[in-house]
Structure formats: structure tokens, C-alpha cells
Design a protein around this ligand. Structure first.
Ligand code: TPP
Length: 571
């Protein structure tokens, strides 16, 4: 037990007790004491000074998504704290464990509109899993222990601790750190109900056309092996949500592709032909279900879900199985009959052919015209042998990357799913690289999103992180332009961008960079980028008005998926 240490030192020691070795942050007046304490621990903690608090928090998210541990983020009060809010909301939507620590004005001045005072506890309340203000330094170890427990247990999420400046400078009588393993009235995980497992087994054994919907929960619960065992025993095809991407290798014979608005043709239309859906760690997001009233009308539904709030929230299910996906899958696999669904899987493969001929071949192997986003993604994927971590920003490039990048390993897709936060990609990529220093990290970024957080190129260069940034530049806010084209009579209201010289900007930060606009130079440019040992930004000038297809128009049924502007679904 230590005696007479400051609250600030207690913060750092508590983080060390939790095994934290990387912190993303940005200092300011109200958090100077904590930064001062950090100064003595520079050898043990790698503090990454972002160039904007939004950069720090998205980097912490990228870090957490790749290694599964909580990302840690520091910011000062007022504007520092409010700059974290988008990232906190993003982490809440995507179940990313974060512990954010903000400095706050001294406790006597709380509520007086003191300089740089903002009520960050109030502001972040709806977008945190838990938040708390510390005004008595003695609470620091216990509250930090709780923060890590809450952020990382059950359905993970972001926690914010707001620590007043006087609590940081307070001298604590004693400091002892005890990890938290339980909190009264907080149930992170329910034990698996064996009766429900039996009910599910019966439905699975009877089903002729079952489909697994594989979500982020599979990755969060480290259930990659368990889902594979389940699929291989039952012979059931599996489709994934955007955040479930990479849980199952792309080449697995039971992998039938992506669900949702820009997902694959087969899993979308066949959702409505299935007689059983088995949702594993996914929350029936509107981008996946399309019109709810016409969703999967012929299917019974089983839902494996850790968060009771997600059961029956959007889709009424026949058999809810609350608890950890890994445990439930193990039980299910033991009890289900071995099976094959050869004829049913053939239907998916038939759809794949239709999609390949109408959409995919044109997108990834175009013969003429400007470079397409799809072919750039394909080449990067091939040249990294499906082993890279793929990071994206938000928009067309995100959907194209999710559709065409291929994976051998789990935890290899880092993207902003629920909130769809432009500006996420560059900082998330730097966080991902810090979490996996030995892996190749490639980040696909649009020209709009690039300009939202490009300041983090400086952070990447400072830390010599060998991130490869592929800027897919169409000189448009592409995804919005696509909606304007399809649904607003081509009235391109404020979506064309007057862009800067991105190569010059990147070079200004000290990052090696180049531009490619001709198909014949694409492969060699990408190879050069990959061979470069340090950070690299490759600008690819792509077709300006390419659309992402297939597309389930917003609010339409998944059966109404469009293969192109002209081709509607043959039902
Ligand atoms: C912070 C934020 N603002 C606005 C949007 C709305 N939005 C979604 S996609 C998009 C266009 C993105 O354009 P760009 O970054 O160039 O990527 P592209 O779609 O062309 O690949 C916009 C504006 C958003 N998702 N996030």
C-alpha cells in the first residue's frame, strides 16, 4: 500500500495495474496534473499525442477493436472533452471498450461557468455505458477499477471519468488498487438457459433453409472457432454484418457474403426465403433489415445476444438465447445433428453468379474508363495476401472495401458501423497499427473524410507507424452524390469538392506519398506503397460518378435489392 501520493499519480498507477501501456490524448489546463504525473512514467506508458481529441479517441477505438482491450484516452475539460463526444458515441454504437479520462475545473468552481467548464458528464450521459465525476481523489483507484470492468465486461462500451483538478492534486492518505470483478445490480452476462438451447436445437434440426447472421458479437466474444465448428457441423451458410466482417475467413465454403444495404445479392434476397435465421451477436440494424414489416417473413428466429435490451427490439424472435455467444455456440454445436444443406447453398451460389456478372466483374475488373474503387481495393487485398488489417472511413469507399477486401484473420476490419463517422479512418488506422505492430494496416479513405482528420498524418509520421493510406479520390462526397443521383434527380447539392493537392499535403507532414490515375500504373503504385517500410499515402484518382451496387434503397425490403440503376431484383 502506498501512502501520500497525489490523485494524479493514483490515476497513472491505476492504469498500470490494468495493464495499460498505450494512452491516446491531448493535454490542457484542467488535466495538467495528470500529464505531470505521466511524465515520470514515460518509459512504461506510450502516450500518443494526437493532433485533435477526435483523433485521439478514434485511435483509441482502432486500438481497442484490434486487440480487444479497452482503449484509453485523455483530454482536458471544456473543448477537449466535447471534442471526444463523437468518438464516444461511435464507440457506444459499435460496442467498443474505452476508458476516457477528462480533466475538470476545480470542484468549488463547478457550475459557475468557469473557464473551460463544460458539463461533460451531462453531455456524454446518453452515449456512455457509464460515466462518473470524481471530486474526491480518494475515490480514484476504486472508480478506475470499476471503469475498466464496466467498459470490458458483457457488451463492451465507452466509460468516461471526469476528474476535477483539485481531486488530481489532492494528496491521498493511502493507495491500494483492487481490480473490480463484480458490481451490485450490474449483470454483464446472463448464464445460458439450457431450455432455450434445446428449443433452438429443435428448430435447427428441423430447418430446411437456415441462415446464420454473424455479427460483431462473434468477434467480441472471441467465438471465431466456435462459430466455425457450429457451421461446419450443421452445414448452415453464414452471412455477416459489416462489423462481423473477418470473423469467418472470406474463402470459407459456408461464407455467403455481406448482409445489408450494400451487401451481397444472395444473403439479402434469400433472407426472405429462409425458414430459420440464427442471429449471433448482431442487432438487426436498419441497414441490415431494410423494411422491418417485410423482413424474413418465412423464418423462425433464434437470437444469441449478450444484451437483453437487444432482444425483440426490432425483430421479434422465437428463441432468444441471452448470454455469451461463445458459450451458447459450444452448447448448440454439441447438441445439433450433423447436416448438409447442399441445395440451399446452391441457391446462394446461383445468386453469386448473377451478382458477379452484373456488378462485381465491372467493379473489380473494369476494362476501360477511369480506375474504379473496386479494382483498387482488389489489388491492395491481393498484394497483401488477405492478411492485412483493413481500416476504412465512411462512404462509398467503406462499402466497396467491405465488399471486396478479403480476409484470412479475425479482428482485421476496423470501420465505423453504427454511427458512420466520417473522419474515423486515419486516426483509427494509427490505433490499429499500434495494437498490431507486426501486421500490415491499410486504410481506405475518401477525399471528404480525409479532410476531416488529416491532421493525424502528423501523429502517424511522428511515431513512424507504417500505415498505408489509400485515398480513393472521386472529388465528390461520393455516397451522398449517389443518393442524390438515384433519389433526388441528380440535384448535386453541395457534394462536389474543391480539393487540395493531397500529395503535397501528405508530403508537408513528412509522409511519403504519390498519386496514380492510370490503370496501367495501378498495380506498380500499390506495390511500391506496400514495399515502402514506413507510412505512405497513395492517392488513387477514381471514376467520379461510380455507384455502389447492389443497393437496398432506404426503407425498402431486402427482396427489393437493386443490382444496378436499371436492374431490379427478379423475385
Ligand atoms: C461526420 C459526418 N458528416 C457527414 C456524414 C454524411 N456522409 C456519409 S457518406 C458521405 C460522403 C463521404 O464522402 P467521401 O469521404 O469523399 O467518401 P466517398 O463516399 O466518396 O467514398 C457523407 C457526407 C457522415 N457520415 N459523417
Amino acid at each position: 500500500m502506498l501512502k501520500n501520493i497525489t490523485g494524479s499519480k493514483a490515476v497513472i498507477l491505476s492504469l498500470l495495474e490494468e495493464g495499460v501501456d498505450t494512452i491516446f490524448g491531448y493535454p490542457g489546463g484542467a488535466i495538467i496534473p495528470i500529464y505531470d504525473a505521466l511524465y515520470d512514467f514515460k518509459e512504461r506508458v506510450n502516450h500518443i499525442l494526437a493532433r485533435h481529441e477526435q483523433g485521439a479517441i478514434h485511435a483509441a477505438e482502432g486500438y481497442a477493436k484490434v486487440n480487444g482491450k479497452a482503449g484509453v484516452c485523455f483530454a482536458t475539460s471544456g473543448p477537449g472533452a466535447t471534442n471526444l463526444i463523437t468518438g464516444i458515441a461511435d464507440a457506444m454504437m459499435d460496442s467498443v471498450p474505452l476508458v476516457c479520462i477528462t480533466g475538470q475545473v476545480t470542484s468549488p468552481s463547478l457550475g459557475t461557468d468557469a473557464f473551460q467548464e463544460s458539463d461533460v458528464v451531462g453531455i456524454s450521459m446518453p452515449v456512455t455505458k457509464w460515466n462518473y465525476q470524481i471530486t474526491n481523489g480518494e475515490e480514484i483507484p476504486e472508480i478506475i477499477a470499476k471503469a475498466f470492468y464496466i467498459a470490458q465486461s458483457g457488451r463492451p462500451g465507452p466509460v468516461l471519468l471526469d476528474i476535477s483538478k483539485d481531486a488530481q492534486t489532492q494528496v491521498l492518505k493511502e493507495f491500494e488498487y483492487k481490480k473490480c470483478h463484480q458490481i451490485r445490480s450490474y449483470v454483464p452476462e446472463y448464464p445460458t438457459n439450457l431450455k432455450k438451447i434445446d428449443d433452438a436445437v429443435k428448430l435447427i434440426n428441423e430447418s430446411k433453409r437456415p441462415l446464420v447472421l454473424l455479427g460483431h458479437g462473434v468477434i467480441i466474444s472471441n467465438a471465431e472457432k466456435e462459430i466455425k465448428d457450429f457451421l461446419e457441423k450443421t452445414g448452415i451458410p453464414a452471412a455477416w454484418t459489416l462489423l462481423g466482417l473477418s470473423a469467418l475467413p472470406s474463402d470459407h465454403p459456408l461464407n455467403v457474403g455481406m448482409l445489408g444495404m450494400h451487401g451481397n445479392y444472395g444473403p439479402n434476397i434469400l433472407t426472405n426465403k429462409a425458414d430459420l435465421l440464427i442471429a449471433v451477436g448482431m442487432r438487426f440494424d436498419d441497414r441490415v433489415t431494410g423494411q422491418v414489416s417485410s423482413y424474413a417473413p418465412n423464418a423462425k428466429k433464434i437470437q444469441l445476444e449478450i444484451d437483453p435490451a437487444e432482444i425483440n427490439k426490432i425483430i421479434k424472435v422465437d428463441v432468444p438465447i441471452l448470454g455469451d455467444a461463445k458459450k451458447a455456440l459450444t452448447l448448440l454445436t454439441k447438441k445439433v445433428k450433423a447436416n448438409k444443406h447442399t441445395e440451399w447453398i446452391k441457391k446462394f451460389r446461383k445468386c453469386d453468379k448473377i451478382e458477379y456478372n452484373t456488378v462485381i466483374s465491372k467493379s473489380i475488373h473494369p476494362e476501360k474508363g477511369k480506375i474504379t474503387m473496386g479494382e483498387a481495393v482488389r489489388v491492395v487485398s491481393e498484394k497483401t495476401h488477405q492478411n492485412a488489417i483493413m481500416v476504412t472511413d465512411v462512404g462509398q469507399q467503406q462499402m466497396i472495401a467491405a465488399r471486396y477486401f478479403r480476409f484470412n484473420h479475425s479482428r482485421s476490419c476496423v470501420t465505423s458501423g453504427g454511427l458512420g463517422t466520417m473522419g474515423y479512418g486515419i486516426p483509427a488506422a494509427l490505433g490499429a497499427q499500434l495494437a498490431a505492430p507486426d501486421r500490415t494496416v491499410v486504410a481506405f479513405i475518401g477525399d471528404g473524410g480525409f479532410q476531416m482528420t488529416l491532421q493525424e498524418l502528423g501523429t502517424i509520421v511522428e511515431h513512424k507507424l507504417p500505415v498505408k493510406i489509400i485515398l480513393l479520390n472521386n472529388d465528390f462526397l461520393g455516397m451522398v452524390r449517389q443518393w442524390q443521383e438515384l433519389f433526388f434527380e441528380k440535384r448535386y447539392s453541395f457534394t462536389e469538392l474543391q480539393n487540395p493537392d493531397f500529395v503535397m499535403i501528405s508530403k508537408g507532414f513528412g509522409m511519403k506519398s504519390s498519386r496514380v490515375s492510370k490503370r496501367e500504373n495501378l498495380e506498380s503504385s500499390i506495390q511500391e506503397m506496400i514495399d515502402h517500410p514506413g507510412p505512405y499515402m497513395l492517392e488513387v484518382k477514381v471514376e467520379q460518378q461510380e455507384d455502389v451496387f447492389p443497393m437496398v434503397p432506404s426503407g425498402a425490403s431486402v427482396s427489393d435489392i437493386m443490382l444496378s440503376k436499371e436492374i431490379k431484383t427478379e423475385k
